[in-house]
Design a protein around this ligand. Structure first.
Ligand SMILES: [Zn+2]
Length: 170
């Protein structure tokens, strides 16, 4: 069922055809992510579904599932972050089009002839899922005594913009 993923695809054409790509990819193949991991031996499972919405927009729905082994920033021991996200996006040609999207669609900006790097898209999604300061849940941490200065990671994950804001502050 899983197919070998092409490095770059034409997302506009795939959207017109309503195609989907799915498979698994080793985390060590994603270099920007791999440097943050204590163990890059796991895989990410992904599904990228292309299509058109009722407004004739070209859409890309990205689903990723992965187990990321990170270093807890409180006890410096390994911790596991389960990532399971689904992000609906729309292909746009520029910032003007991006502004016109409804709130539920994230803009994916590409020139009309530009190809889409699927691996980079998956990598970006996983990077966004990592909190600015990853920590064990209080009960699982070897040094739970220190007071948390940030909200628990699972609360931040509900809102990708909160994570972006945290990243910018850091
Ligand atoms: Zn810990």
């Amino acid at each position: 069922m899983s197919q070998r993923i092409p490095d770059r695809v034409d997302p506009w054409r795939l959207a017109e055809q309503g195609q989907a790509l799915s498979g698994r990819m080793p985390l060590h193949a994603l270099p920007r992510l791999a440097v943050l991991l204590q163990d890059a031996g796991h895989e990410v499972a992904y599904t990228v579904r292309f299509g058109r919405d009722w407004d004739r927009r070209s859409t890309v729905n990205l689903k990723v599932q992965a187990r990321l082994v990170l270093e807890c920033q409180r006890c410096l021991d390994n911790m596991t972050l389960e990532v399971d996200t689904e992000t609906p996006m729309a292909l746009v040609n520029g910032p003007l089009e991006a502004e016109q999207l409804p709130n539920e669609l994230d803009p994916l900006m590409l020139a009309p002839e530009e190809y889409l790097d699927i691996a980079a898209l998956i990598e970006d999604e996983l990077l966004l899922a990592i909190p600015a300061s990853p920590r064990h849940a209080h009960d699982d941490c070897a040094h739970p005594g220190e007071l948390d200065s940030v909200k628990p990671a699972d609360k931040q994950q509900d809102n990708p913009f909160a994570i972006l804001a945290t990243l910018k502050e850091g």
